[in-house]
Design a protein around this ligand. Structure first.
Ligand code: NAD
Ligand code: CBU
Length: 342
């Protein structure tokens, strides 16, 4: 069988990483085209990785290229909606990094476009669904290992983010992982969300940016989730997830690192970025996505509907933050059959 031809739009940090993954780790794929809005950026990355592919500057050309079967969108958040719409309109299976779009309204437009095909065409890059440790947590919750979950205690810390990374990105780009993940882990919708502005770090010189922040969510059965988001914590990339149940606690493991005993110290390293922390999750995610779309089967990973649910919740979170932590009630439409049919 011929290799599947992939085009990648947006060759920044994760675009370069997925380019490497799709050419070196995932079998039976050819990356035939790349595109970045910044002239020369994609070509420079091709050269750095010793690869050859068509280099476009306008994503419309990549999407319409008959030598591209599948579109991977790794462009900046604000470009996702237009790129995904164009890819779907061109009839291409599409992988879009999270968030699916900037808000729920744009996600709904994507859903309407996808529904025209009568089957799923799109997967969203919520790769934690593929991380073996989260998969195990989900199985343990489903198998009642700790009884009914009562609370969750989470941390999403980045070592740093650029000056322009504002509070809204902390929600729609950072907290969106847990917003999506927790509802998948627990198998419940959210009832409400609030975002508390807390004492700010001096690591950002812009008093309009709220960093850190505390995101609190409650599910329909009353499970309370407490998530600290801190995108300039300075010390490392630190992800925590505890699920506290009636009979016990599930703890997300930290990535195993060799411990060093030396000079009267005992230490283990902390990772500094998402690339290393979730490397295997990204690999498994792409293997699964490509296994399906390469034989023209619908992808089965996180869907546009998951992207929409996360965006509705993120919209409410932004509202809460603007309103000094007011509780925002959430109400979701029933999941369309389209997204539940196997
Ligand atoms: N799943 C994850 O864990 C994960 C990790 C990192 C990033 N992401 C997501 O991936 C996306 C990219 O993040 P990044 O850190 O690589 O950002 P980045 O800024 O390094 O890269 C984005 C690239 O997209 C390009 N771009 C923007 N608009 C474009 C357009 N219209 N056409 C073509 N190229 C365009 C930019 O020039 C840039 O090179 C974001 O949406 C982010 O949320 C997801
Ligand atoms: O806050 C970052 C997250 O920790 C990563 O996992 C990526 O999603 C990245 O896009 C975000 O900026």
């Amino acid at each position: 069988m011929a290799n599947t031809k992939v085009g990648i739009v947006g060759i920044g940090f994760i675009g370069s990483d997925h380019l490497h993954r799709l050419t070196k780790t995932i079998a039976n794929v050819d990356v035939t085209a790349v595109c970045d809005i910044i002239p020369g950026k994609a070509q420079k990355e091709l050269d750095r990785q010793g690869l050859k592919a068509k280099d476009y500057h306008d994503y419309h050309d990549l999407v319409d290229d008959p030598n591209v079967d599948v579109v991977v969108c790794t462009a900046s958040n604000e470009a996702h909606h237009e790129i995904v719409m164009a890819a779907l309109q061109a009839g291409k299976f599409t992988f879009c990094e999270k968030p699916l779009a900037l808000d729920a309204k744009d996600c709904m437009e994507i859903i309407k476009e996808e529904e025209k095909y009568g089957h799923r065409m799109l997967q969203v890059g919520f790769m934690r669904h593929y991380a073996p440790e989260y998969v195990q947590m989900k199985q343990m919750i489903d198998n009642d290992v700790i009884g009914k979950p009562l609370m969750m205690d989470e941390r999403h810390y980045n070592q740093t983010q650029p000056e322009e990374y504002d509070s809204s990105r902390s929600i729609i780009e950072t907290a969106i992982h847990e917003i999506d993940l927790d509802h998948w882990l627990l198998g419940e919708d959210y009832k409400n969300i609030r975002v508390l502005p807390v004492k700010k770090t001096r690591a950002v010189q812009n008093d309009q940016i709220q960093d850190p922040m505390i995101v609190m969510m409650e599910t329909t059965s009353g499970i309370n989730i407490y998530l600290q988001v801190f995108v300039r914590c300075q010390y490392g990339y630190d992800i925590k997830c505890d699920v506290i149940g009636e009979k016990g606690v599930l703890e997300l493991p930290t990535v195993p690192q060799v411990a060093v005993r030396k000079d009267a110290e005992y230490s283990t390293a902390i990772l500094t970025d998402w690339k290393a922390r979730f490397e295997s999750a990204y690999d498994i995610e792409f293997r699964d996505f490509m296994n399906h779309v390469s034989v023209k089967k619908s992808p089965v990973g996180p869907s546009a509907w998951d992207g929409y649910i996360a965006a509705v919740t993120a919209d409410a979170a932004l509202k809460s933050l603007a309103d000094n932590g007011k509780v925002e009630e959430l109400d979701f439409p029933k999941t369309p059959d389209f997204y539940t049919e196997k």
